[in-house]
Design a protein around this ligand. Sequence first.
Ligand code: MN
Length: 201
Amino acid sequence: METKPVNGKFELIKVPFGNADLQPYISGVTLSFHYGKHLQAYVNNLNAALPGSGFEGFSLEDIVRKAEGGVFNNAGQILNHNLYFTQFAAPESCQPAPTGKLLVAIEAQFGSFEAFQKEFVAKGVSLFGSGWVWLSANTEGKLLITQEPNAGNPIRKGLRPLLTFDVWEHAYYLDYQNRRADQLNDLWKIVNWRVIEERYA
Ligand code: MN
């Protein structure tokens, strides 16, 4: 399902958890800045840049596929954060691993769920500077892990994004300072695999 503007504007997405529900892995303070300030700013910036850009009325996904420059950067960051925030849930309500077709595909591609987690975190840790690590599916349903710098999203390469960890410092610095690997390893505790399974279905 693509994200359409309402009366010419994109809106800040609603998240399926309370401000303190992801603690201690994402604190309420981090959430208030990351979601309430950073994501809100990308939404405001895109809405301000849309008139006259040629992308009025386009879905968010189509803007990310086709735009360049500031319009792409802000649209990409909105789509990336929408996928990021909506994949989480309070730790007590999360399953430790996916099931069904997604688990079968992960085991076929990476050998085991644990091997997949290790490779995903390693690719997040080794990404130089700001960006995102992604699990995506290609048109045949085959899974792959990719690194995207800055506002990059795998839909620009024809892939379907399933899971992402944000490795911009604003995502973790208040809680984990320079310990990016610790943050990424802890994020597994709040991944809502039901959401990722639906994205893969
Ligand atoms: Mn971010």
